[in-house]
Design a protein around this ligand. Structure first.
Ligand code: IPM
Ligand code: MN
Length: 332
């Protein structure tokens, strides 16, 4: 079979983003996967330089790639939300990356045995859509609203993805929400979940309120196999998932368009960490494991497995030393 060369758009981004992304590419190449990369200079630093966040033209260029590998975006000199909404969320929405898949394998602090679960975070709806506005800004009568948008289509496709994934794993899916307070959105989620569950009679189901799920993440993560949840709950829960699974330095994520109408995007859960930029202390493992998720999606599952095995062994040293250690393990 002819070997496919995968065309990867690389957005190193800001802060430690370019440092960890370089190590991820080093490891992918060491694993023998044929890639051709094109760098896109995007993020807070680019914005400060010439005002571009993500032009329509750049977005169209990105659509032509097989996948996007992203480091991290955001710098302290740019107001919160400008780059996040204008670049990261714009990419998730425009490319219809409706699944944010975040695997967690590790042992919780004080835990005895490793857990292995995956959070499926709905990635295009909820409070992230930017619904709402502000009135009488800066006055004592200021009003701000920020709505949560949930569609039957969006909730159902997230649930279906979760059940399909569970069929390949432990055949168990937990819906996490707050149906006792967010009764409109919660009810829609619960009915979509139940309808999809009926199509998968061999998959067991559970429901947790998100506050209770926070306790279980710490005290009983073994109860989980696949979790499906909304965009904001999923954002918060996956930082906690990282904290109970070896730290945010190894937490990986895949923004997926399972319909494959365009490229999917792979990025660590962590941010740009401007406080440690240039110190070579960032752990590139989260970026490397995100690249492994990219390889899974590109049909290079064997190389992805080898990278995960290499990352499971202890690593020490600077950012590039860790990258080189893992690269030499996958090269064999
Ligand atoms: C994440 C990040 C983003 C999010 C931010 C940077 C917009 O926290 O990927 O988890 O909230 O989704
Ligand atoms: Mn987050």
């Amino acid at each position: 079979m002819a070997r496919t060369t995968h065309r990867i758009a690389v957005i190193g981004g800001d802060g430690i983003g370019p440092e960890v992304t370089a190590e991820a590419l080093k490891v992918v190449r060491a694993a023998g996967v044929a890639i051709e990369t094109t760098d896109f200079d995007l993020g807070g630093a680019r914005y400060l330089r010439d005002g571009e966040i993500l032009s329509d033209e750049t977005l169209e260029q990105l659509r032509a790639f097989d996948a996007i590998l992203l480091g991290a975006v955001g710098i302290p000199q740019v107001a919160p939300g400008v780059i996040e909404r204008g670049l990261l969320l714009k990419l998730r929405f425009a490319l219809d990356l409706y699944i944010n898949q975040r695997p967690f394998i590790g042992t919780a602090p004080g835990g005895a045995t490793p857990h292995d679960f995956v959070v499926i975070r709905e990635n295009t709806e909820g409070p992230y859509v930017g619904e709402g506005g502000v009135l009488r800004k800066g006055t004592p009568h200021e009003v701000a609203t920020q709505g949560s948008v949930n569609t039957r289509m969006g909730t159902e496709r997230a649930c279906r993805y979760a059940f399909e994934l569970a069929m390949t794993r432990g055949k168990h899916v937990t819906l996490v929400h707050k149906t006792n307070v967010l009764t409109f959105a919660g009810d829609l989620w619960q009915r979509a979940f139940d309808a999809v569950a009926a199509e998968y009679p061999t998959v067991a189901t559970a429901y947790n309120h998100v506050d209770a799920a926070c306790i279980y993440f710490v005290q009983d993560p073994h109860r989980y196999d696949v979790i499906v949840t909304d965009n904001l709950f999923g954002d918060i829960l996956t930082d906690l998932g990282g904290a109970v699974s070896g730290g945010i330095g190894i937490a990986s994520s895949a923004n997926l368009n399972p319909a494959r109408t365009g490229p999917s995007m792979f990025e660590p859960v962590h941010g740009s960490a401007p406080d440690i930029v240039g110190t070579a202390t960032a752990n590139p493992t989260a970026a490397i494991l995100s690249a492994a998720l990219m390889l899974d999606f590109l049909g290079e599952g064997a190389a992805a497995d080898r990278i995960r095995e290499a990352c499971a062994q202890p690593v020490t040293g600077s950012t590039s030393e860790i990258g080189s250690q893992i690269a030499s393990r996958v090269a064999g």
